[in-house]
Ligand binder design. Sequence first.
Ligand code: NAD
Ligand code: UDP
Length: 312
Amino acid sequence: MSRILITGGAGFIGSHLTDVLLQEGHDVIVLDNLFTGRKVNIERHLQNPKFEFIRHDVTEPILLEVEEIYHLACPASPVHYQHNPIKTVKTNVMGTIHMLGLAKRIGARFLLASTSEVYGDPEQHPQKESYHGNVNPVGPRSCYDEGKRVAETLTHNYAQEHELDAKIIRIFNTYGPRMLFDDGRVVSNFIVQALKGDDITIYGEGQQTRSFCYVSDLVTGIKATMNKHGFHGPVNLGNPEEFTIMQLAEMILEYTGSKSKIVYQPLPQDDPTRRKPDISLAEKTLGWKPAVKVEDGLKETISEFKSRLEKL
Ligand code: NAD
Ligand code: UDP
């Protein structure tokens, strides 16, 4: 059993990872500033002696004794990471330096949650890890895209110079229970709109594509990467099934039985046209691939959103 630190552990993905690691019997410390994370996501563990929550901002250093660090702290939705772009850069750059410095000092294994956004608006399809990306350094997404690119550079350099067992995963669009209603991401927006009978807001013509991975599949991939000793990545983790945003809207309308109508709004600047992971590296190296079909994952998510909305 290990002593594990999860930064961003009160957020969407981090809280699911926390559940699984505690279930496996590990000691888990969650460190989070609660910007987009919520106490309710980790509340059920507060009485567990193997669990600890520390309210802390990763842009400030901290000293802890752990064997593994999952570094997830960073807002993931465009609405949130654009709310304070300079803070987003600081979280990615200073936060990652602090966590890598900690890993080096205490000899912990380290995993950086990077993103498919490092590929920008990709000119290569599907995206392989060897593709260097097409990112605008001064656009509305750059605080996040470029922030994560520097975080990858730092992780790579620490691994090389300090012989740290540090890994980089590139997460593609992930969805599931506990996403915030007002998160601004497409799956949560469409489900909330459909359940409330509000208009479904498609940005652009809805022909842009994304590939959606259910959160339990992602958590399995994250753990598999951490547990692959000496493997640094970067490795893509996502579901390679690709859908247009229009198809996603139609699926959500069908599974909710909603009568909401579709409306069109302007496409945000630098919105990637296509995105789909090539996951052959993860399949070969980690023996990982997603198991949950989008239909099943969406139905699970819809049912959790429904019960949360009813409690409001
Ligand atoms: P989230 O916003 O739900 O979780 C992020 C967590 O980090 C929150 O709990 C937030 O409070 C915390 N946080 C933010 N800034 C912090 C700071 N300065 N100090 C301490 N805590 C801070 O997002 P998520 O979807 O769970 O994403 C988790 C990680 O995965 C992020 O690093 C994100 O970039 C990455 N990722 C997610 C997706 C996705 O589709 N969900 C895709 C690509 C990458
Ligand atoms: N999108 C949309 N309507 C919404 C929210 C998002 O059409 O209410 C689109 C958005 O323009 C993008 C895609 O859905 O093309 C995915 O958006 P999201 O913010 O979930 O993730 P990202 O763009 O970071 O992949």
